[in-house]
Design a protein around this ligand. Sequence first.
Ligand code: CUA
Length: 170
Amino acid sequence: MQSVAWSLSLFLMALITAAFVIVCRGAAGERELRTPYRGRAVVFALTLIAGVLITLTTLSPWPLPAYAANPAPAAKVIDAVGHQWRWDLSESTVPVGKPVEFRVTSADVNHGFSVYRGKTRIIGQTQAMPGFVNRLRLTFDEPGQYEILCLEYCGLAHHGMLATITAVAE
Ligand code: CUA
């Protein structure tokens, strides 16, 4: 699908560029382009080139994050299941300074699994979706309590969907 979109985009961009060149040549053939129009033509051409570059950059595959390309074993794996309106965690402590993998899913509706240090500093987040397991890898740099909040409105008691985990130095 992506290669089709890529080819189609290239084709359309080539078409627009060709039309632009033909129109400019026609106009230049009749009379010299007046300065303000030439300025606009340059801006248009630069915009077009920028558009092509942005599109190509967006469509080209980004390199995978290092851990996805070569996953190091996590020091601890924690299963996290979202329910209306609580989190079920298979563990409530994590080691400090070692990679921890959360395997996040939902038993009912979509939830947003997020890990906070204090009330304001988000450490990481992923979706909790029924029928899917999303992996979230985090390393906890400081010992202490971290909060797990729901970041997606999931019903009446969404705001109360909290849990805590404790990072312990080993
Ligand atoms: Cu679960 Cu909001």
